[in-house]
Write a protein of this length. Structure first.
Length: 403
């Protein structure tokens, strides 16, 4: 049974939720707290799996409450259910909430957010995964530029100018972001030379993921790396996959391209577990590599047989630890098994799954055959695979020509 705590300063709204969710009493254990202080008192008395809170409340607001929850109860799924949907609100919520739902919210959407969030958290808290992460002598530290960026986004007065000012401290990062913003990834008609415009056009999640990926790849210790592992090659494949995933979901006719940008972010980071394990715990791969070679299996399948999980879950565990948004963590965790994400349609996880395979077309012409055809059929998009394969080849050529 999932234990869910709902928080709002209006008792009428809480009563409304109680009535609407009555049918879930057999599967959810629910409690309702009037205000943030009451919620913290309730959390000190009982354990909960999920917290769903309003944003605007007197005294302590929802963002501050979730900061406290994250610090004290990091395993909890944190969901914002709010009628406050302005850019300032989203900037504050982005680093601390796993999901953001706007009022009025359909009961089915709320149920899906709770169920998917809890399912992923339960998977990432598997004792075997925690044991392997604990065996890594020193987890990569949160890169300083990314940490400064995340901390700034938690402040209510942070705007796009401040975000741009932080990134501009690093010339190479500034150049990289401007390069991406002016590339086919963003579909720009006119080039931009201003970082603030680039940040606005790309979206904050895409910017954060690029910063995290670039800094992490630059600072990892490769002295004890898995034999045959190439950090630069994996970074190239990740960037290819990110561009492909964006294109798969990008619809120029739609003004809101949030899903496509989230797919870019997730694909940029989808193999972060492979990077960490290959550089910090290469022994993880020895038995799995032997099994993969002996039985001609994909490496992730061999990892799952040997360990019960793969590098995908390890990467998702680390990203969740670092506070990345749940849709990104979810896509990284399930990019080898997109059906586990529980998406109703072809979405972020599916796009990352397809992009991960097609990014290798230049070295493996049969890479498309490793895509989960049953999943694509169920999602109603299998017929698009030939078109996507051509798109991926074009992206690979673009990256080769322009970087």
């Amino acid at each position: 049974m999932i234990r869910v705590l709902f928080v709002d300063d209006e008792t009428a709204i809480l009563e409304g939720l109680r009535n609407r969710l009555r049918s879930l009493r057999q599967v959810w254990q629910m409690a309702f707290a009037t205000g943030a202080e009451a919620a913290l008192a309730e959390l000190s008395r009982r354990e909960y799996d999920v917290i769903v809170t309003d944003m605007r409340m007197p005294g302590m607001d929802g963002a501050t409450l979730l900061q406290r929850v994250r610090a004290t109860y990091p395993q909890m799924v944190r969901i914002v259910l709010s009628g406050q949907t302005g850019k300032e609100c989203l900037l504050r919520v982005l680093p601390i909430a796993h999901r953001f739902l706007a009022k009025p919210c359909e009961t089915t959407d709320l149920e899906a957010a709770v169920e998917r969030g809890q399912s992923l958290q339960a998977r990432l808290n598997d004792s075997g995964i925690r044991q392997f992460v604990g065996a890594i002598g020193r987890l990569p530290a949160l890169p300083p530029l990314y940490r400064e960026l995340s901390e700034a986004l938690e402040q209510s007065d942070t705007g796009l100018d401040k975000v741009a000012a932080i990134i501009e401290q690093d010339m190479s990062m500034t150049a990289r972001l401007l390069q991406v913003a002016n590339s086919a990834f963003c579909g720009r008609v006119r080039p931009t030379a201003h970082l603030r415009d680039a940040v606005t056009h790309m979206g904050l999640n895409a910017v954060r993921s690029l910063v995290l990926s670039a800094e992490l790849f630059a600072t990892l210790d490769t002295g004890n790396t898995l034999k045959g592992f190439s950090l630069s090659m994996l970074q190239t494949y990740s960037f290819r996959a990110a561009r492909i995933a964006f294109r798969l979901l990008n619809n120029p006719a739609q003004a809101n391209r949030t899903e496509a940008k989230t797919a870019f972010s997730a694909a940029m980071l989808h193999d972060i577990g492979h990077v960490v394990l290959a550089t910090s715990l290469p022994a993880f791969y020895a038995p799995a590599s032997a099994l993969a070679k002996a039985e001609k299996l994909p490496l992730h399948v061999a990892e799952e047989r040997v360990h019960g999980f793969s590098h995908a879950e390890i990467g998702a565990y680390l990203l969740d630890l670092w506070g990345l948004p749940l849709p990104i963590v979810e896509a990284v965790a399930h990019h080898h098994h997109p059906e586990r994400a529980g998406e109703d349609t072809f979405g972020v996880t599916g796009a990352v799954h397809v992009a991960d395979r097609l990014a290798h077309l230049d070295t493996d012409p049969q890479a498309g055959q490793n895509i989960d055809a049953a999943y694509l059929t169920d999602a109603g998009v299998f017929d698009k695979l030939p078109k996507w394969t051509t798109l991926a080849r074009n992206v690979i050529n673009e990256v080769e020509r322009h970087g």
